[in-house]
Design a protein around this ligand. Sequence first.
Ligand SMILES: Cc1ncc(C[n+]2csc(CCOP(=O)(O)OP(=O)(O)O)c2C)c(N)n1
Ligand SMILES: [Mg+2]
Length: 555
Amino acid sequence: MKPTMVLGDFLVAYLRKIGVTHLFGIPGDLVLRLFLRFGARRGLRVVTLSHEPGVGFAADGYARATGQIGVVCVTYGAGGHNMVNPVAGSFSERVPILVLSGGPADEERKLGTLIHHQAKEIESQLRIYQELTCAARLLDDVRTAAETVHEVVQRVWREQRPGYLEVHRDMVERRIAVPRELLEWDGALHFARSDEHNVAEAVRDTAARYNAARRPIVTVGIETFRYNLTRDVERLAETMGAPVATTVLSKGAFPEDHPQFLGVNIGAISPPGVLRRVDRADLVLNLGAMQTDMDLGSRPPQVTRDRSIWAVGGRVHVSFHTYTDVHIRDFVRGLRKVRLRRHRERVRYHDNLPRAAHEPADPLRVVALLHEVNRFLHDHPRHIVVTESGDMLFAGLDVRVGRAAGYLAQGFYASMGFGVPGALGAQLGDGRRALVLCGDGAFQMTGPEIAQAPRYGLRPIVVVINNGGWQIFRPVVRRTELLDVPAWPYAQLARAWGGQGFRVETAGALRAALDEAARSTSFVLIEACVPQDDLSPVSRKYIQASARHGRWVRA
Ligand SMILES: Cc1ncc(C[n+]2csc(CCOP(=O)(O)OP(=O)(O)O)c2C)c(N)n1
Ligand SMILES: [Mg+2]
């Protein structure tokens, strides 16, 4: 960085300084100059995909897998608006993304005509992003541009939510002043600080209640993962010796082969063993879990407030009182320093799968598919599992990921289309091979982005569960033809796009295809055919529970 710089070069230098290596984007005339600066030599590794939603999901998957900020660059209007859904998902699920958009030059705006890609007003896109980010700013002043960038990025990091910067095309080559503090800054971003006194008291209060409890359990939420606390939480849990559950959104944030791991808590539709243990708990210590309908299985919380301690969003709620300005990092680290009673409960892992009872020649069903995936992961643990909205979002909760494996899903925002591009981004950032479980309907949204994999040397394994449509709704829809999607020749397409393709109809053939995939040097697509009315155990429970409460009526 230098005291005065061209804005475009400053952005590249700034992003490099904070450790960003990749930029995901699609160019357009209103962003081309900026885009080309990023792609210049000594710039960033530019990753382009076919469609902005794919780009956004890839940046999100990259950020989830690496814990770094995912950066996207889009053109104004058509590009920016196409990016809205992935960014909304990143906002909901606390993923740090920085969106850079182009825009029309000053003199174009002065023409008084409408400008191509414009929707309502020139400022409309900025306003849309103000709604979807923790900070959204237009860089239109050379005197303050550098500080504005820094402010937005610091917010993104502190809040682990998306931010937005709009750079109109006549600004890219303007010279800006870079303040001394930024020139001397080491590039380290910091999380929010807590109030020490509040932390101390929240920790004391928590420890006293915890030490008095006889049957406590710990719930590990997504904030612990986003704020890089996985190790601390593991050590803390080991000191406590209590069972540990994760939520739908935080699955994978605690190693599933850990002896204290109980399973995924999905509220009322949890595996019976999890449900029983949570019901018996006289204290639930909730570390960083947001309260969502998905995590609670669409029912009110099982554990009443007087039996819970809930640390999330910079606050710790102990029974009916609240400590403010207590960040999850300081809270967890504070707990690690105090004396906590050690429980020696023997914990058993629970999932929702009936015992494997399939023969290799049996027609493939979802339960057998999950057993085969678990078998594969047991033999090949170094994978990141990515599950896609639809039955696989619920089915995936029964995939057991151990210490080496990661697990990524939009467990709350649940947008279809995340799976394949999210996996590409995750693999680019993390290096481990991704294993994607994706429905046929969802694959038809963004799955063709898999054609980009060979260009980037990526070789995920994508299992497309072909049940002939949007079948998660089948139990509650009478006119089932409304759920049909066309039959694509998935395996053939995969071959045409430079990968390997298989179509399997039996459990044995799936096993063989997965084993073949393990050896493959390209990406692999396995079309796994299952009956139209076959759903995973969790989806069945979810639909039954929702139907009982009148949310899903048969229509
Ligand atoms: C972007 C988006 N559009 C619509 C939905 C609603 N939705 C949830 S699951 C689903 C069907 C998914 O179909 P498929 O991928 O084949 O999975 P299946 O239900 O068959 O398991 C739909 C349409 C959604 N979650 N996201
Ligand atoms: Mg389907």
